[in-house]
Design a protein around this ligand. Structure first.
Ligand SMILES: [Zn+2]
Length: 315
């Protein structure tokens, strides 16, 4: 049995898995929004212990635990630096050794998007293919590349589909540059745009729905609810996001010509197949070889895909 932890900006998802995709126990904890790396690590330990007790095992009995983390990951040392969505996490922190001490088993750290891509490739919607592009549409827009059956990391910075420039001098991105896919499609950017439009007097129920659901952020569920009720601003911003994703993914296909695209992430999974179909349609006008488009599939491992992919690290 192995453990997997998906460390996200809003939640920590921990699972215990036997083999493949059979989840024996799971736990979800909110990610601490204050404090620092040690507080986040302590919460991860609690989540893993809870997942273990649900599975009827002790953490020390696990073959190992894999962690998918945001930020810059040093796989060898087990450190994470510059995790900007996590509280006060700039300098390298020894996440792997800290968790390993607390749990009593080996812990391996990988990049969150890379482990999610690997999970879909080995166990999910990417299984039939030798080359693919994983697109994780959530707070940001992350990407992972598999070429000839192997992960392509470049010099460590490959796969940044969210920072493909689709409009020169376009919308400001969280990365400080302009015109990136993420500046239009990232949940964070869409929320910032919605807040500004709302303050400027545009009518929308997005924030009413947010409060009604006891949230402080426009979560994927809030967006989905607003779309179902045909909220004009939500509709406009999602249309814009889909166009941006279509252009960015098609450009990546024109360069790499991989066999398949897998759409995952919080928004991708929440919106499901109908939105995946819209992304396919938005890609089409930008595909150079439009007679032979790639297969585009919704991620098959769903919400737990990040944690399932992370558990693969511990094999
Ligand atoms: Zn950017």
């Amino acid at each position: 049995m192995r453990g997997g932890i998906d460390l996200g900006g809003t939640k920590i998802e921990a699972i215990v898995i036997e083999s493949g995709t059979d989840v024996l126990g799971s736990a979800r904890h909110p990610t601490p929004t204050s404090g620092g790396p040690a507080d986040v690590a302590a919460e991860m330990v609690k989540a893993m212990e809870e997942a273990c007790s649900a599975a009827g095992v002790k953490p020390s009995d696990l073959e190992g635990v894999g962690v998918g983390s945001p930020g810059s990951v040093d796989h060898e040392k087990g450190t994470v630096a510059n995790a900007l969505n996590l509280p006060n996490w700039h300098d390298p922190y020894e996440l792997g050794p800290t968790l390993s001490n607390a749990l009593g088993c080996k812990v391996l750290i990988g990049n969150d998007v890379q482990v999610a891509t690997e999970g879909e490739f080995q166990l999910g919607a990417g299984k039939p293919f030798k080359s693919l592009l994983g697109v994780f549409w959530g707070t940001g827009v992350g990407g992972g590349i598999i070429l000839d059956g192997k992960e392509w990391l470049g010099r460590g910075g490959a796969g940044e589909i969210g920072h493909m420039v689709i409009k020169r001098d376009g919308a400001l991105c969280g990365c400080g540059r302009r015109g990136c896919v993420e500046a239009y499609a990232g949940r964070g950017s869409m929320e910032a745009k919605a807040r500004k439009e709302h303050e400027d007097g545009t009518k929308t129920d997005l924030f009413k729905i947010m409060k009604h659901r006891g949230r402080t952020r426009l979560t994927s569920a809030v967006w989905a609810h607003a779309l179902e009720h045909k909220d004009p601003l939500a509709t406009e911003l999602i249309d814009r996001a889909v166009e941006a994703l279509g252009a960015g993914i098609a450009s990546a296909i024109n360069l790499l010509d991989v066999e398949a695209v897998i759409i995952g992430g919080g928004l991708g999974v929440r919106f499901g197949q109908p939105m995946t179909d819209r992304i396919i349609a938005a890609m089409h006008p930008h595909l150079f070889r439009d007679d032979r488009p790639p297969d585009v599939h919704l991620a098959a491992l769903g919400d737990l895909g990040g944690a399932i992919g992370a558990a693969l690290l511990a094999r």
